[in-house]
Structures are given as C-alpha cells and as structure tokens.
Write a protein that binds this ligand. Structure first.
Ligand SMILES: [Cu+2]
Length: 377
C-alpha cells in the first residue's frame, strides 16, 4: 500500500478549489458554532494555488511543509487507559477538565508519517469520561491550540448542541458548562466546531460512559478503543508531514483507518492483554467521522454486545460481528478460553491494509478440547 502508482491521479486541483470553500466555511465558526456544510457552486469554482491553506494559520505559526520530516509526539491513547469503574455510590458532582491541543503526531511510525492532530488532552481518543447516572458534570474546556476554535458536543447531554455552543472556546479561551447525566449508556463526544468532520477526523472524539446505579458488572479487563479515519493529501505511505485533504474528507475516502489515532494504536506495544478465562470488556466507539464499523475479533465469539451502547436494553449474546455507526458506540464482552493472538478488526477487512488492526494477546494453558491442530484425539 505504500506506493500505488495506478492511483496517483491528482487531488491537488480539486483540493485547491475546495480549500477556499473550507476557509470560508471555517471563518464564521468563531461567531456561529453550527456546522455549515452548504457548498455553493460558485464557491467550489474558485481556485487557489497553495495546497496548505486549508487551515486558518496565524502568521507567527509555522506549518510544516508537505513531506517534511518533523519531530512528532505519540498521540495514541493506550487501550488500557480506561477510566476507573464508578462502583456503587450515590450521585455526585464530577468536574471534568479537557484541553484542546493541536499537535504534530506520529500517524505511521513505520513510514515516518506524521500528521497534525487536533486532540482533547493530547491523545486520541480523548480521555474516557466515566460517571454515574444522576451525576452532575461540570465540564471545562480550555483551548490551548494555536489554530482554530474548539468545542465539545457530548451525546450524553440533553441540551442544545450537546454543549457545543456553550463550550466553544477560541484560542486561549476557557469555557465551562454543566449538565446532568440522566440516562445510562456509552456515548460519543466530539468537537462540534465548524467544520466538525474536520475536527473529528483530526482526532477530537472520545467516549462518555454513564453507568447505571450500582455500576456495571465487574470484569477482569477493560479496554478503550475508538475507530477513526485520516484523510491525508498523499496516498497512504507518504513520508513526513501529511496535510489533510478536504477533498477526500468531502468524498469520504480516507487514506488511513486507525484504532486510537494511529497505525499501531491497538497492536504491538499498545496491544491488549488478558489471560484465558478472564472476562474482557472493550468499550468501542466510532469517531469516524464518516464510516460505519463492523467490529469483529478473529477467533472469538462475543459473549455479550450492548448494541449502540445501550445499558437499558438487554445485551445481545453470542455475537460474531457487531455494527457501530459514526458517532456511536458499543460494549464488546468476551471470555477467551484459548491462548494466542486474537485480532480486533473492522470486518470490512480491506481496512486492515489501511492501518486498522488491534491485537488481544491471550496467555494461559492450551485448551485442546476447544482447539488443536491435527486430527481429533
Ligand atoms: Cu475542534
């Protein structure tokens, strides 16, 4: 996938025409937090030479050039970085502080590919927010970025914009709002600032888990995985800094699919680990912003799936493959009984070749009754 000369038709001219559209779409965001996707044809006809002008960059902020090798940070949140269970406690006030940060991050360490991520708290996904039904949540968003305004729309909120309007903070600003988590479930949150799908694809999404009274049933291992799409100007495999392609975002053609922000976000040193016989729970969400996921663990059957993140409907049992819409979530529970490496994939399997694979590494004694090579014994 690193070089696909047959597919090297140029997005450049298309990108250039759309860039000015996006600049015009982004500009009013400071005043109007609503997403405006309306693209008038005369806007689309305008052309612009620089391919790097899709972001409103302050004059004193130096953007890396396309392909330039720059220092980049690890932006992937390890799947084991799960907020602790709420347990059995009464409702309370929970204060959550989030910082919007724009960071040059490692997109694919193997090819030295980097990308300018927009994040909550410097990682993708943002931190899991985990509260109890009935909790009052005071959420503070600090915009520490240099480039654009940011905000948060939490699907757990009952209120206009999910909090987007009352949280939108320009560069250097801090905004606070409060909501009550009334309904249990697993919810997505994301930046809602225009152009919201741009902010989301750049990494601004996470999960809110609202536990029912008494808490969720205890399990041995919990993990936090979110699927996202990265729309780079160059084909997958391009080295150095990659600019975002608005043309590919608009046509829903990502170059990369990623778990937890980057290629390798849930494998290798970020793999999930468990022992045979342990109960494993994966909070799984799709930041997207555009494409449905069909999560599947190769070689496993899911004991329970909480469709669409609902805790008030009974879970499905013995499921092979689930389905999660963009801006949706689920809970996948399983009990591995055989040691080995079990791969978490989206069963639209070509996406593995675009970076989307995670590993659940299971250790323990062999279980030949369930599985063994060779003839029956
Ligand atoms: Cu944002």
């Amino acid at each position: 996938m690193h070089s696909r000369p047959g597919l090297t038709f140029s997005y450049a001219s298309c990108t250039a025409t759309i860039l000015i559209l996006v600049t015009s779409l982004s500009a009013p965001a400071q005043d109007s937090p609503g997403m405006d996707m309306s693209a008038s044809s005369h806007q689309m006809q305008q052309s612009q030479t620089p391919a790097d002008s899709n972001l409103p960059v302050p004059q004193d902020f130096q953007m890396p050039a396309q392909g330039e090798l720059v220092d980049a940070v690890d932006i992937g949140r390890d799947p084991s970085d799960v907020a602790p269970p709420v347990g059995d406690r009464p409702p309370q006030l929970v204060k959550v502080e989030l910082t919007a940060e724009e960071l040059e991050g490692k997109l694919d360490p193997a090819t030295k590919t980097t990308y300018q991520y927009w994040t909550f708290n410097g990682k993708v996904p943002g931190p899991m927010i985990r509260v109890r039904q009935g909790d009052t949540v005071e959420l503070t968003l600090k915009n520490q970025g240099h480039l654009v305004a940011h905000s948060i729309d939490l699907h757990a909120v009952l209120g206009p914009g999910g909090g987007m309007g009352v949280s939108e903070a320009k560069q250097g600003e801090t905004r606070t709002f409060t909501f009550k988590a009334t309904l249990p479930g697993v919810y997505v949150y994301h930046c809602g600032t225009n152009l919201a799908p741009q902010h989301i694809s750049n990494g601004m999404y996470g999960l809110v888990v609202v536990e029912p009274p008494g808490g969720l049933p205890r399990v041995d291992r919990e993990f936090y995985v979110m699927q996202g799409e990265i729309y780079t100007a160059e084909d997958m495999g391009g080295e150095g800094h990659q600019k975002m392609s608005l043309a590919k975002l608009l046509s829903e053609k990502p170059e990369y699919f990623v778990f937890n922000g980057f290629v390798g976000g849930a494998s290798g040193e970020h793999a999930m680990h468990a022992k045979t016989g342990e109960n494993v729970r994966i909070f799984f969400g799709v930041g997207g912003p555009n494409i449905i996921s069909s999560p599947h663990i190769i070689g496993e059957i899911l004991d329970r799936v909480y469709p669409e993140g609902s805790f008030t409907s009974p879970p499905l049992t013995n499921v092979q493959t689930s389905v999660v819409p963009p801006g949706g979530a689920t809970v996948l529970e399983l009990t591995p009984h055989v040691p080995g490496t079990f791969r978490l994939v989206d069963h639209a399997l070509i996406r593995v070749a675009r970076g989307l694979v995670g590993d659940l590494v299971v250790t323990g004694p062999a279980n030949p009754e369930l599985f063994h090579a060779g003839p029956a014994q």
